[in-house]
Design a binder for this molecule. Structure first.
Ligand SMILES: [Zn+2]
Length: 63
């Protein structure tokens, strides 16, 4: 099962990172990451907000 780009309909296994701005949330006053990613095939950009409270720490040898 694969995820398909909504524009070019090609199966994608990853998205290219474009930017990840830190913004202060207007609703709960918390901090969010305004994340912009792009399809590696057609370069269509997608965005989402991720609350920084969902972050977890990675070990140094973890990718
Ligand atoms: Zn695409």
């Amino acid at each position: 099962m694969t995820l398909k780009c909504m524009i070019c309909k090609k199966p994608i296994k990853f998205l290219d990172p474009i930017s990840s701005y830190i913004t202060e949330g207007s609703v709960n006053g918390g901090w969010n990451i305004y994340l912009i990613l792009a399809c590696p095939c057609c370069k269509q950009k997608y965005n989402t907000f991720i609350p920084t409270g969902e972050f977890t720490l990675l070990d140094e040898d973890t990718e």
